[in-house]
Design a protein around this ligand. Structure first.
Ligand code: SAM
Length: 271
């Protein structure tokens, strides 16, 4: 039997967010390489899976990559999982995947949750094109320089942020990118799931006293350079479905997407 690496996405909160295939792969592999073995053990216990865990994290990544490559060469099937979501997305994994490719060993994806997509689809910001930026640097100068490079980008911008740092990051976003529409998606799939939407100043006002609790993704509207009629019409249809009269929906979507109100309104009348 040929060895292979399975890159497995696991829940970002709710332990039920698993696929049948994920559960089968985790059950069948020879070992699971996990960023945090205790956390992965909880997932396995929840689903009644007994498996052998080996640790694979930032600090032992290089040595463990060599070891796992040897095992896969000998025919072992290894599942790679991270603390939450998809490995290699702001998590360990890239090194092991590239090492497998270099050694001509098969790599399979077992897709599932990732906070970036989970947050995007509930943000209310355009989803057609987006740029995932991972974590901004903790250093003020580097953060601002990175944001300045993104100033003219018309895609939705998505940032991961550590608990307790959302406020500061929103303030930097305001000062470099202006008072754009943003969404802060926190604790997704968990009991306290919440999406705070509005301009940067509105969102900051809402989280005035304390910083956002728990894990959060910050999404920022792209530079409003390119008017996008289909997206604007879709947004207006959503507003109508939510109860707004067509005229008001067209006006709101026109302001948000830089498209003439009349063009949107005419499309709404055709529905
Ligand atoms: N590999 C993961 C993925 O695919 O999403 C990301 C891991 S990264 C170390 C952790 C960051 O992801 C958090 O700081 C937060 O920005 C985001 N995140 C993870 N889970 C989340 C959740 N349930 N709700 C909101 N953001 C989350």
């Amino acid at each position: 039997m040929t060895g292979r690496l399975y890159v497995c996405a696991t829940p970002i909160g709710n332990l039920e967010d698993v696929s049948l295939r994920l559960l089968r792969v985790l059950r069948e592999v020879d070992a699971i390489a996990a960023e945090d073995t205790r956390r992965t053990q909880k997932l396995l216990n929840h689903h009644g899976i007994r498996a052998k865990l080996v640790s694979y994290h930032d600090a032992n990544e290089r040595a463990q990559t060599r070891h796992l490559i040897e095992r896969i060469k000998r025919g072992d099937r290894i599942a790679l999982v991270s603390d939450s979501g998809t490995p290699s997305i702001s998590d360990p994994g890239y090194l092991l995947v590239t090492a497998c490719i270099a050694a001509n060993l098969p790599v399979e994806t077992v897709p599932g949750p990732s906070a970036v997509v989970a947050a995007l689809v509930v943000s209310g910001l355009p989803t057609a094109r987006f740029s995932f930026e991972g974590f901004l640097s903790k250093k003020g100068g580097e953060r601002s320089r990175r944001l300045e490079k993104l100033r003219d980008d018309d895609r939705t911008l998505i940032f991961y942020e550590a608990p307790g740092r959302v406020r500061g990051t929103l303030e930097t976003i305001w000062s470099v990118l202006g008072n754009r529409r943003v969404a802060v998606a926190r604790e997704l799939t968990k009991i306290h799931e919440e999406v705070i939407r509005g301009s940067v100043s509105e969102v900051l006002a809402q989280i005035e006293e304390e910083d956002v609790r728990g894990e959060a993704v910050i999404l920022v509207e792209g530079a409003a350079a390119v008017p996008d009629l289909p997206t604007a019409v879709e947004a207006a249809r959503g507003l109508v479905a939510g109860g707004l009269p067509k005229g008001k929906a067209a006006a709101k979507a026109a302001a948000q997407h830089g498209v003439a109100r009349r063009e949107i309104y005419d499309r709404l009348l055709e529905d």
